[in-house]
Design a protein. Structure first.
Lengths: 402, 265
């Protein structure tokens, strides 16, 4: 039913998280098996937990012409767009293809909601009104991220934010892939940005899904997530016109139709997403060299995902969750982990799942607790979100494999 | 670049509009438009525990989605879906921000999971058993156009029918002063690659720099301008009138969407 897709090249990519700003710092942290998680000292948050905070996000204001977009989320986006020559690569692409032929598809779950949370503390005592400086459109609204990126990058093509909780910035790859295949656009800026805010910190706490320790995905003693923040971007272009590099080979999406905040126990939707990604990539399960798990570190997520992975790939494929290093960056996780997969392909290593000391014997997976240097041809990345939203992506390298 | 699909079924609900049949009569001028608050039905399709947890915006999305799939004689369980909303659940967001501004900062788990932009999509899956891909988009005032493009692209690239649901609900104060969406408006379209027994029209869409058309009736133009999902009204009016016509609707600056509508019967 599902046909193979035409591969797309990631002609430029970048990531900024608690592991560092830009690819070099991110790679160095991954190689050192370092976690960026630290005890939460964010804003006025009084929760006993670890977070993956990006230092210095609020130190730099946005350039004057973008004042209407001021919020932590867009400041983090701006910080990331300036790394690794990403914005310059997008401008060169727009000069070639035309700015109207470059789409923008970005994921976020909470956008600039922190601004609204803070504004609610400063409501007018008499009228209840929000402070005059509050900007709904540029800060709070979910689309603010894509509007801001489009303005900074001077693009005039189609754009949308995809906001399906923790699968958001994996699904942007699928939407961009289709828009390019339909010839609506020639290239797309994809990615995700999510930043720390009280809604997610206190919200996940209310669901009792937050660990007091740095999260330990797939550990027998895992007891919840650590929340992180990140911005990650990639420029997708048709592969045939470009030099060898990292390719997007497959996308798969599905819905659990099961529960709002718990995954299907047997990973039914996860399985369907992985199978569709393999089908679109025209690959067999045995071709996958490494899998970057969604691996949030909650008991139920990791169990459900392990079932699904074992059913689709078997139990031998080496895999890890990099959330022990980055925290769960929610709407940015899909794009951040896509960039980590791209680094793994470029630098011939599988990143370890840090913090995990004793892999849960009930989970039938080959979980990497140490980096494994090895040539990789094909890697898979899983992202699953509230509302039962699943997405699986496959990346590879041109000129490798069969 | 032209994207095209057949419209097999429509769902519609808004202030003074009680469904597609009723809306089509208004849009054809057979029934006068009478402004009235939107009446959003309870989500009978959900198990009672889930039903109690839904707010207006989720019930709105489910109602128009089910009306469209019913009119299209389509099984919702097998349709991929595109949900598009200009800002999600403003009422729920208000409650969360209010709680976080207090000293306790106690959120209920339900409030939190209802805060995700894809909440309607999650409940839709639980209600209908739909397991195909579901997307949840936001493009501020351009959200209807962005959803329509995403759905048409899916129809064209994947050669399969897709359900589009675009929906917005009222914002309470103090957010209303910053984002004055006055009431609930939802529209759903079942879009298919080829004409079938229920197809109303074939729709062809291109990006355009031409200005978007307004509604000739002031009250309907008021709705169109005030609620992003109601930017669909000029399209729905042509669909109701069942004549071959062209119309331009709002999208994302500097682009609008030029539509051509050809009736199937």
């Amino acid at each position: 039913m599902t046909g193979p897709m035409k591969p797309l090249a990631l002609t430029s990519f970048t990531a900024t998280s608690c592991l560092g700003q830009g690819l070099e710092a991110t790679l160095a942290s991954l190689r050192a098996q370092r976690t960026g998680l630290a005890p939460c000292a964010f804003e006025t948050v009084a929760l006993d937990t670890y977070v993956g905070e990006v230092p210095g996000v609020d130190l730099t204001a946005l350039p004057a012409e973008f004042t209407d977009y001021e919020c932590r989320n867009n400041r983090l986006a701006h910080l990331a767009l300036g790394q690794d020559g990403f914005a310059a690569a997008v401008r060169r692409c727009a000069a070639r293809a035309g700015s109207a032929r470059v789409g923008v598809f970005l994921g976020t779950s909470t956008s600039g909601i922190l601004e609204t949370e803070l504004a609610y503390r400063r409501r007018d005592a008499a009228s209840g009104a929000l402070p005059a400086q509050f900007r709904y459109r540029g800060a709070h609204n979910t689309f603010s991220l894509a509007a801001f990126a489009r303005a900074v990058l001077q693009l005039t093509g189609p754009a949308a934010v995809i906001s399906s909780a923790c699968s958001s910035s994996a699904k942007v790859f699928a939407s961009a892939r289709r828009a390019i295949e339909a010839d609506l656009i020639d290239a797309a800026v994809v990615g995700g940005v999510d930043s720390l805010c009280l809604t997610t910190l206190y919200g996940f706490h209310s669901l009792q899904l937050v660990s007091r320790l740095p999260c330990r995905p797939f550990d027998a003693a895992r007891d919840g997530i650590s929340i992180g923040e990140a911005a990650a971007f990639a420029l997708l272009e048709r592969a045939d016109a470009h030099e060898p590099g990292v390719l997007l080979l497959g996308t798969g999406e599905s819905s659990d139709a099961y529960h709002m905040s718990s995954p299907h126990p047997q990973g039914r939707g996860a399985r369907a997403a992985m199978l569709e990604a393999l089908e679109r990539a025209a690959l067999a399960p045995a071709d996958i060299d490494y899998i970057n798990f969604h691996g949030t570190g909650t008991p139920s997520n990791d169990e459900s995902e392990a079932h699904a992975v074992a059913a689709v790939l078997g139990s031998g494929t080496p895999g890890s969750s990099t959330k022990g290093a980055t925290g769960h960056t929610l709407g940015a996780a899909g794009a951040l982990e896509a960039v980590i997969c791209a680094l793994a392909l470029q630098h011939d290593f599988m990143p370890a799942g840090v913090n995990t000391t004793a892999v849960d014997p009930a989970l039938q997976v080959n979980y990497l607790r140490d980096n494994l240097p090895q040539r990789l041809d094909y890697v898979m990345s899983n992202s699953f979100g509230f509302g039962g939203s699943n997405c699986s992506l496959i990346f590879g390298r041109r000129g490798r494999g069969s | 670049m032209t994207l095209s699909a057949c419209i097999d079924g429509v769902g519609l609900l808004g202030p003074g509009i009680r469904g597609w049949q009723h809306g089509a009569q208004i849009l054809r001028g057979e029934t006068p438009y009478v402004a009235a608050p939107s009446v959003v039905p309870p989500a009978e399709c959900l198990p009672s525990a889930e039903r109690r947890r839904t707010g207006t915006i989720v019930r709105l999305a489910l109602a128009v989605g089910l009306e469209a799939t019913t009119n299209a004689l389509a099984d919702p369980a097998v349709l991929p879906a595109v949900f598009s909303s200009s800002g999600g659940d403003g009422a729920n967001c208000h409650e969360i921000c209010q709680a976080l501004a207090g000293t306790e900062r106690a959120l209920s788990p339900t409030r939190f999971h209802n805060a995700v932009h894809n909440a309607a999509s999650g409940y839709w899956g639980i209600a209908t058993g739909a397991t195909p891909a579901a997307n949840a988009l936001c493009a501020f005032d351009a959200s209807f156009g962005a959803g329509l493009l995403e759905a048409l692209i899916q129809v064209q690239v994947e050669h399969r029918a897709v359900l589009l649901i675009a929906y917005d609900a009222a914002y309470p104060e103090p957010l209303f002063s910053e984002r004055p969406i006055p009431d609930a408006f939802g529209v759903a379209l079942v879009l298919a690659p080829a004409a079938g027994s229920t197809s109303l029209a074939r729709l062809a869409v291109e990006l355009s720099s031409a200005p978007a058309e307004r509604m000739p009736q002031p009250a309907l133009e008021g709705l169109r301008a005030a609620i992003p999902a109601a930017r669909s009204l000029p399209l729905l009016a042509r669909l109701a009138q069942q004549a071959t016509q062209a119309v331009v609707i709002d999208y994302l600056e500097p682009n609008n969407l030029a539509l051509r509508i050809e009736p199937c019967r």
